[in-house]
Design a protein around this ligand. Structure first.
Ligand SMILES: [Zn+2]
Length: 110
């Protein structure tokens, strides 16, 4: 029965569509990107909110709080990927570090 429930959950469509609009930091010719986020955390947050809330504006507001306002306070990194069916870049994961957390940031300065 547990397997059946998990199976059902996996097949649930992404409840919301979120795209990040950004420009490449070290590329002055970059015209900007508008790329969809397919991240489990967004999916889970949306699902949790929608269990208690049915007002679309309120749901959007809560998702915006986490994935936009909150991220402005963080160093946000995207894990990019492509999909054979869509043939386009997607953000398949995100991670966000506290801005002042130098120890963690050093991981990227090899
Ligand atoms: Zn770019």
């Amino acid at each position: 029965m547990g397997d059946c429930l998990i199976d059902k959950r996996e097949r649930v469509k992404m409840p919301v569509e979120l795209r990040y609009h950004f420009r490449c930091k070290n590329d002055p010719t970059c015209k900007g990107h508008h790329i969809i986020l397919l991240d489990w955390e967004l999916n889970e947050l949306a699902r949790n909110i929608m269990q208690k809330d049915i007002d679309t504006a309120s749901i959007e507001e809560k998702i915006r709080n986490k994935f936009y306002d909150y991220m402005k306070e963080r160093d946000l990194y995207f894990v990019m990927g492509t999909h054979f069916r869509f043939k386009t870049w997607m953000i398949i994961g995100i991670f966000y570090l506290r801005k002042e957390d130098k120890k963690q940031k050093n991981l990227f300065d090899f």
